[in-house]
Design a protein around this ligand. Structure first.
Ligand code: CA
Length: 428
């Protein structure tokens, strides 16, 4: 098994097999730049580049790591990503002395993670959110429309999605304010205005687009994975009461646009290769542009943890797996572009809530509590139906290898109370 000269615990998310990319700023001094996570450290790629260690690759001399976003690096494509990754892996390898024995270089290139501030990994031009888990779509369909109409007729033929807001994608650690909006409770004849009473999370995985495509052209399914720069964890916060009143006929609007949280480390698709597996059988067979025999899913364990304000420990409320997604990332990309829509470097696509076949694998409170009718226990008799002010939500995930983990770190966020006065003030 490949090992680094840097000590990495077997349960660490960041062994030499992973090397996820992120944008960071050292707390002591200096501007934003790009690094990879290795054990408890960040390896500063802008330092390695300045020292000429990417000589012979496509990034050499371009300053792509001395940036506040990964967009330029994402635009360079798979060959460059592979070259850079293998160079970094070589430099961190236990048998390679170049960095291992150069303590002056190690001093400036390796920074403890606790001494950096992570930033959003990309300047996200567009954010698209899919609805690719059959279990999730079925559960939600039953609750909103009844058992007979659970899955809409199109669902098994195309990956349903909608264009989300890139402006409100925030980094892990950012507090999320409870949104306000219109709701129409069943016992009310007219809509009401106020803070959402049904605030929820959505356990999702997202991926960043590489070079992208020209407008008017599409990305064929067999080339779609070349467009995946890497994956992050996503919590797509949702206001269910706002959603159920506003969503027909055009889909969610304010219920989803107030915040989407992502994890800071972007795990390269290449790091997930050992965990590639077949996704669920697709029946009926999709149309030819969505058809493939290649195993296109990945075995990624996922967990959601909730910690209320007064709780000593967090409680795991859901354990799911990326493998349950019905539509693959490649199918979602192929479908997204088949009409001629152009994807650009740094665009974020997300899977939609990833629910599995068992009850504890449901990726939202909407499903876990069956639209509020079955509260879940969290600690000392405390229960949850929806998220409460002060709740801290943390999603984590990893692929479990033999003696190592390809981890995603975490995406976390705390619920702040709604700004109750804003509506009233505007009417004084
Ligand atoms: Ca979503």
């Amino acid at each position: 098994m490949m090992k680094s000269f840097i000590e990495v615990d077997p349960k660490s998310h960041f062994p030499i097999q992973n090397l996820p990319y992120g944008v960071f700023r050292p707390l002591m001094m200096g501007g934003p730049r790009i690094g990879v996570a290795i054990g408890d450290y960040v390896l500063d790629l802008s330092v390695l580049d300045a020292e000429g260690y990417f000589d012979g690759t496509d990034v050499d001399g371009k300053g792509v790591f001395e940036q506040a976003s990964l967009n330029e690096f994402m635009a360079l494509g798979t060959k460059t990503w592979r070259d850079v990754r293998s160079r970094i892996q070589q430099l961190l390898h236990e048998d390679e002395s170049i960095l291992r024995d150069n303590y002056a270089l190690r001093d400036i290139a390796l920074i403890p993670q606790k001494n950096v501030k992570m930033l959003l990994p990309a300047q996200i031009g567009d954010y698209t959110d899919f609805y690719a888990s059959k279990e999730h779509a079925t559960n939600v369909g039953i609750m909103f429309r009844g058992k007979e109409n659970a899955l809409m007729p199109n669902w098994t033929h195309l990956p349903v999605g909608y264009h989300g807001r890139a402006s409100s994608v925030v980094l892990s650690g950012t507090d999320v304010r409870r949104p306000q909006g219109q709701t129409k409770p069943a016992n009310s004849n007219a809509p009401l205005f106020g803070p959402s009473c049904q605030l929820d999370l959505e356990l999702e995985v997202g991926w960043f687009i590489g070079p992208g495509n020209e407008r008017g052209k599409s990305i064929a399914l067999e080339n779609a994975e070349e467009q995946i720069f890497g994956l992050v964890l996503v919590n797509d916060w949702s206001a269910r009461d706002i959603q159920s009143w506003e969503y027909q006929p055009l889909g969610p609007f304010l219920a989803k646009s107030f915040a989407t949280s992502i994890s800071p480390w972007v795990v390269p698709l290449e790091a997930l290769e050992p965990f590639r597996i077949a996704g669920p059988d697709q029946e009926p067979e999709p149309l030819p542009y969505l058809r493939t025999n290649k195993p296109s899913s990945f075995d990624i364990h996922l967990e959601v943890n909730l910690q209320g304000e007064g709780m000593k420990n967090s409680k795991t409320i859901s354990t799911s797996n990326f493998r349950y997604l019905y539509w693959s990332m490649a199918q979602q990309i192929a479908h997204h572009t088949v009409g001629g829509c152009n994807l650009r470097p740094g665009d974020l696509l997300a899977s939609g809530t990833i629910s599995g076949p068992e009850k504890e694998m449901r990726g939202s409170l909407l499903e876990l509590t069956w639209r509020g009718t079955e509260p879940i226990e969290i600690e000392n008799g405390e229960q949850r139906v929806w998220l409460e002010d002060g709740d801290q939500l943390t999603i984590t995930g990893w692929c479990q290898g033999e003696g190592y983990r390809i981890g995603f770190g975490e995406v976390t966020g705390r619920v702040l109370p709604a700004l109750k006065q804003s509506y009233t003030l505007s009417h004084i």
